[in-house]
Design a protein around this ligand. Structure first.
Ligand SMILES: [Zn+2]
Ligand SMILES: [Zn+2]
Length: 346
């Protein structure tokens, strides 16, 4: 089969590789579409984690079941499926308490196993048991279902932050995640949704935020305070890769407000500076949010199927395997939201 193989930072080579062999207890998926994630772009520049040198990346993929291994009863050949990447061990301290996203032995499709930038993906038995391979609901296209992975992390983030009816939510970051944050905040009943960004401010109006702040020229916290009669936002979500966006979030929330650090920043520059007196005197909660549990992926698929998340509004570009480098560049530039890679199966 053909696959786009990450060989070194900023080098992805499309080549013929052996077809995956269907494992006992596993399946083979014929890939229909695979989204390019912000973390893919980051890894493209800086390399894969855990010292992994080379891999077929891609972890937001959908497809149809092409082969079913011995012992698998959940799926049949031809079933439409969506995959999310995280695989937990099932036995560590966190897994035993249900926090599988925090698994001490956390591994990912597209990093520890070959991912979706290929014609086929083999899914091992452990991934079937402790990963997230779910049926795509009727009426949801395989293109649109590729949004289920990033949508899952946003749903989990706002569930943990308890974004609620009547809340004012500030989102800093205008990429696909920031736009998903708008739609999920609405679905949870937030009354005012504010987005601040620098790169895609011409695209975000299609998601109908109440207020758009130009992060390049405006003082985010000042604008939010003016907009909320001096009070501040209930929740601020940092959905971008820059640690420098975190202090404005602290400045923009009300007393007892919450700041969620959603976006992972560069692993070479992870440090941040926050005004600890603001956090202390205003009793602000600063919390992290990473990944999600399996049932959230199913909820994301339902939210896409019933239109609470409007997937076509996100998919601004589609490339084939040979166009993957251009796809990465588009995902990084300001002119795209979600870029899908659709393997050019012959
Ligand atoms: Zn992703
Ligand atoms: Zn575990």
């Amino acid at each position: 089969m053909r696959a786009a193989v990450f060989e070194a930072p900023e080098r992805i080579v499309v080549q013929d590789v052996p077809d995956p062999v269907c494992p006992d207890g596993g399946i083979v998926i014929k890939v229909h579409a695979c989204g390019i994630c912000g973390s893919d772009v980051r890894n493209y520049h800086t390399g894969l984690k855990d010292g992994i040198k080379s891999q077929i990346m891609g972890h937001e993929f959908t497809g149809t079941v092409a082969e079913v291994g011995r012992g698998v009863t959940r799926f049949r050949v031809g079933d439409p499926v969506a995959a999310a990447p995280d695989v937990s061990c099932g036995t560590c301290y966190y897994c035993r308490r249900g926090y599988v996203n925090l698994c001490d032995n956390h591994r990912m499709l597209g990093t520890h196993w070959p991912g979706g930038f290929a014609e086929y993906v083999g899914i091992e038995s452990i991934v079937m048991q402790h990963g997230m391979i779910h049926a795509v609901p009727d009426g949801l296209s395989l293109d649109d279902a590729a949004l289920s992975e990033p949508a899952s992390s946003v749903i989990a983030c706002q569930t943990d932050a308890n974004v609620s009816m009547g809340d004012t939510v500030l989102i800093i970051g205008d990429g696909p995640i920031g736009c998903l944050q708008i739609q999920i905040a609405r679905a949870r009943g937030a009354s005012r949704v504010i987005i601040a960004g620098k790169h895609r401010l011409s695209i975000v109006p299609r998601f109908s935020p109440d207020l758009i702040i130009d992060g390049a020229s405006e003082d985010i916290a000042k604008v939010v305070r003016e907009y909320t009669d001096g009070l501040g936002a209930d929740v601020a979500i940092c959905a971008n890769r820059r640690a420098s966006s975190q202090q404005p979030a602290v400045d923009a929330v009300r007393k007892r407000g919450k700041v969620v650090l959603f976006g992972g920043v560069s692993r070479h520059e992870p440090m941040t500076t926050l005004n600890s007196n603001t956090i202390h005197y205003n009793e602000i909660t600063v919390m992290g949010s990473f990944s999600y549990r399996a049932h959230v992926h199913e909820e994301a698929l339902r939210a896409l199927a019933d239109g609470r998340i409007t997937a076509p509004a996100y998919i601004t570009r589609t490339v084939d395997l040979d166009g993957i480098t251009a796809g990465f560049e588009a995902a990084e530039a300001g002119d795209a939201l979600k870029v899908l890679v659709k393997p050019d199966t012959r």
